[in-house]
Every structure is written in C-alpha cells, then in structure tokens.
Ligand binder design. Sequence first.
Ligand SMILES: [Mg+2]
Length: 429
Amino acid sequence: MNQVIFHVDVNSAYLSWSAIKSLAGGGGEDYRQIPCVVGGDESKRHGVVLAKSLPAKKYGIRTGESLFEARRKCPDVKIIKPDFPWYVEKSRAMMAILSQYSPDIYKYSIDEAFLDMTGMEGLMGRPVEAACRLKDQIRDELGFTVNIGVSSNYLLAKMASDFEKPDKVHTLFAGEIREKMWPLPVRDLFSVGGSSEKKLLKYGVRTIGELAAMDRKRLVKDMGLQGGVIWEYANGIESVPIVQRETKEKSYGNSITTSQDIGSCETACRMLMPLCETVAMRLRLDSMKVSTVTVQVTDYDFKKRSHQRSLGHATDVTAEIYEAACGLMREMWNGTPVRLIGVSGGKAAREEYEQMSLFQDPQTEKQKKLDRAMDSLKLRFGEDAVIRASLLEDNGRTRGMARAKMEHKIKKAGPESRRIKERHNEGTI
Ligand SMILES: [Mg+2]
C-alpha cells in the first residue's frame, strides 16, 4: 500500500489565533489584514517577531528578527503580545479535528502536525478531497486557516504545505518534484540552513533542482554526511526521517516556551518541576515507567541543546525524574538565557516489566505515596489543587505556567498511542 502523509500547518499561527480572539472580543480590525506582528516585550532588547501577518511580510518583516528591526521596515506595524494559553487552546481544538481524520497523528509543533492517512481512502475518500475537507472544516469551525501538504512521505508533505498560502491544499508526489520543488531556492529545502546555503552558493547551486543534479559523492566529500542527506532530500528521498517516530512511541515529554528569557540555572531548575510533575503524573496514569531522562533547551537565538541521562532503573516517581532533570540542567547550563525548556522520559515500559531497582529505599516509597496523593487531588480538584513547596518560592512565573495549563506532548506506547490524548499544556513553536 502506498503511504499517504498530510502535513497540516496553521497559517501565521500566533497571529491568526490572536486575530480571532480580538475579533470575537469586539476588536474592529482583523490583524491578518494589516501589517501586524506578534512579539515579546518591545522595551526589552530581546523582543523578537514570533509571527507576522501577510501584509507585514510584504514589508520584508521576518520571523525571528527584532521588533526594532520590524518597526524600521514598517513604522506603522502593529505589535501585539503573545497569548500562549489561548494558543494552546486553539492548538488542542485543531488536534481534536485532526483526530477525526486519522488515528495516527504526529504533532510536530504547536501549529503543525503530520497525519498518516495510509489506508484511510475507503473511509475518508481520495487524499486530496479529504485534505480539502479537513482544511475547510478547520476554517469553518475554528475560524483560522491552514495549509495542508499531501504526499507519500513526511519530507515532501512538509515541503508541500509551504507552497502558496493561505488556506490551500498542495500535493507534492514524486512525479511533481521536478515542476514544483526543483525551481525553489535551495534555502527552502528542509534542513538546509544558512551555512549549507553559503557552501552551496559557492558551487553555484541556487535552486533545489541544481542541488539534486549535483554529484552526491562530491557533496559528501565537501560537506560530510549532511551533504548526502540534503542531496537525497532534494531528490525527494527521506533517507533520514524528519520526525522521530520511534522515540515518539516510546517517550513521554513536556515542554514550555516562555515569554521571557530564563537567565539563571536556578530559575530553569524550578521551571523543570511542573514539567516533570506532568510527565510523571501521565506515566502513573498510564502505568508506564521510563528509564532515561532528557532535558532540552532552546536559547534566545533558537539554538537547541539537549542532554540525556540513563537512570539505571525504570521510574514514575516525580522526585527521581526531577532530580535527574536538574542534574542535566546544571550540566548543560552555559549562562546563555533560554526560551524553551523541555523534559522527556524515554524507554518507556509497562509497569509489570519493571526491573526491581536497588533504589527502592524507604525514601522512594514515601515519594511514591506523596505522588499518589497529589495525583488524586489533582484529578479531583484540578491541576492547581496542590503546588509543591519549591514552586511557591518562585516569583510567580512558574505558578502562572501551571495555571496556564501548558500543553504538553504525551507520547504513548502500545496501541493507545494511536489516539491523541487531551493534552493540557505546551508551547513549542
Ligand atoms: Mg505555521
């Protein structure tokens, strides 16, 4: 059976979501129709453009550049603050619609998801028709638009969703690569960054088609393995999967993007607590345990780093996961302020297969009882019913986060993994 993959991508997600909230609240102007950007605090030097309207794009404003720069390009640009709890709500509403189309969803970011539609034709109709229906349903029910890319692999589906916007379905099957993908600038190819682009320009390679026509051996010789991978991508071959589906099935994770930079290791560690708490609570609810812990950070330059540690035994105890996560954070902290913090537990296994650990000391037993007590309180009275003392010492940001019901990624093992579960927190872009 031929694989069919959809990539769903919200058009100017943060901006659209803010626009519909403002319109619903009686705001007269539609942010999508004027030069407008969503950005952090303009008075702070780090305020950057998180999303832009199409009219703002026409002024050359780009995501990731400073608000100062955006104002220079368009003095009248309207700058609005991000509203993460609202974005999470809209993201969840969209994921709920996606789950009506396929049980196999891979959430790629807060506003992007892949659907494996393989074998769904009998139920959902031809892929392009199903994609058009899905796109229209999201627009009509939720009030914002998406682009959907349809193809036979994840890479091409993602490339296709980036074609003309907004509110469009595009296909990019193998037979269309030459016509639709090869004329694009090489920088548009997935995983080609600024430095690869520079090297390629030196060879006179400007388009994806010119890259595809290069001698692969020469690329590998000059650029290493990455050279081979981008050559294959340029030819539509997803030789290195662009989503890690395997780890997705086997890990539980949770991350938060903050509106301000986190400048100290201690603050970062405190922020790990609610993340670890949610991860561990989900594990306990699913009777799963993990034996590795990974901490991931993205700094304000969008540079990503992650460290992983094996626990030596499987656990669902919040304190154990938290301790490991803090250790990792201290290990990787280099003084650069961070914007995103994530924690995930890996090598998840069902409780019954757990190996007895040497660490099953009375202290751990106490922790387990505490965890169980907190779980039942939270399940009965909500996420804020109990807050660990360590969070109360914080300046309020972490408690705010807990209240904001961050959306989190829950990655499940077994057949249950097929459904996207109600998630209550998040924030990766
Ligand atoms: Mg998007």
